[in-house]
Design a protein around this ligand. Structure first.
Ligand SMILES: C[S@@+](CC[C@H](N)C(=O)[O-])C[C@H]1O[C@@H](n2cnc3c(N)ncnc32)[C@H](O)[C@@H]1O
Ligand SMILES: [Zn+2]
Length: 273
């Protein structure tokens, strides 16, 4: 079974050799790593949209150090709780990057769960698909997701863009949307090195149209970093990486050991019936 549908005509695929063919004969190759590229050329805003290789590698290296594991574990626990009654749920990780969280989600769900994941960055999906074989990865835009209406029991969105109308279209009535966003004190000790006045992140989010917020969980902890490379990876994957000029970076590196606050909000929304 392949849950993805044709991005051009929305019909289902059948597989022939290494190609997916829709009912109107549109062909899409399955890459050797096992993923599908379903991003139509005309939907690309640039030649290589999404995170580039350097950002993706920094994210993979940092996440591999398990610096964000406490948040990931809490998220997995909440997803498992909400899906505990379902024997074969279909979940989507929207903007999955290189697949770290998708894999943890998959490990915590029943083997019958069907896990789809997409990102607009081809390099991120290539890395993800190479490493995690039980997940259905595809290159596609979060604004035009190649999945059928009302096909998802849960959609997970960790720091990734989305459109309310797509969330509403994709998720089954009564099913769940999980979002992870930075809470006010996230990476405070890094941001105070850059800004004279650190603006705290906005902490409360309104429910997307058609959803009700049913739970909000804050995950806050101090992360001790001892390896300089891990600190550099963390900075490289933040939107303010470019604000660290050489001097600010050196001042930070001279500290040799870093205590950095991690602060996340996990929100759970339920789609109206
Ligand atoms: C901050 S990263 C988060 C990645 C992953 N969820 C994580 O937390 O490790 C944001 C991701 O969204 C992807 N992205 C940006 N615009 C997108 C779009 N229009 N559709 C799908 N993915 C997009 C980027 O390529 C990147 O992998
Ligand atoms: Zn088609």
């Amino acid at each position: 079974m392949n849950a993805f549908i044709c991005p051009l005509c929305s019909t289902s695929f059948s597989t022939e050799n290494n190609t997916q063919i829709c009912q109107n004969n549109h062909h899409f190759d399955i890459a050797k790593e096992g993923y599908l590229n379903l991003l139509p050329v005309q939907a690309k805003s640039s030649k290589n949209p999404g995170d580039n290789k350097e950002m993706m590698q920094a994210r993979r290296a940092f996440l591999n150090s398990d610096g964000y594991l406490p948040m990931a574990q809490k998220l997995c626990e909440l997803v498992q709780q909400k899906l505990s009654e379902q024997s074969a749920p279909h979940i989507l990780d929207l903007g999955c990057g290189e697949g770290y969280y998708t894999h943890l989600l998959e490990k915590g769900l029943s083997p019958q769960a069907y896990i789809s994941a997409l990102d607009i960055s081809k390099v991120a999906i290539r890395y993800a698909a190479k490493r995690y074989k039980n997940i259905n990865f595809c290159v596609a835009s979060a604004y035009d997701v190649p999945l059928s209406d009302h096909s998802l029991d849960a959609l997970i969105r960790i720091y990734a863009p989305s459109l309310d109308s797509e969330l509403q279209r994709l998720i089954k009535p009564g099913a769940y949307l999980f979002t992870v966003t930075p809470a006010p004190r996230h990476l405070f000790q890094l941001r105070e090195k850059i800004y004279t006045h650190v603006n705290e992140h906005v902490s409360s989010h309104n429910a997307p149209a058609g959803f009700q917020k049913i739970q909000s969980v804050n995950v806050n902890y101090m992360l001790s970093i001892e390896a300089e490379q891990t600190l550099k990876d963390l900075i490289q994957m933040t939107p303010f990486a470019w604000k660290f000029n050489e001097q600010k970076m050196q001042t930070l590196l001279d500290e040799k050991k870093w205590e950095i606050e991690c602060d996340f909000n996990i929100e759970i929304y339920q789609k109206e019936f």
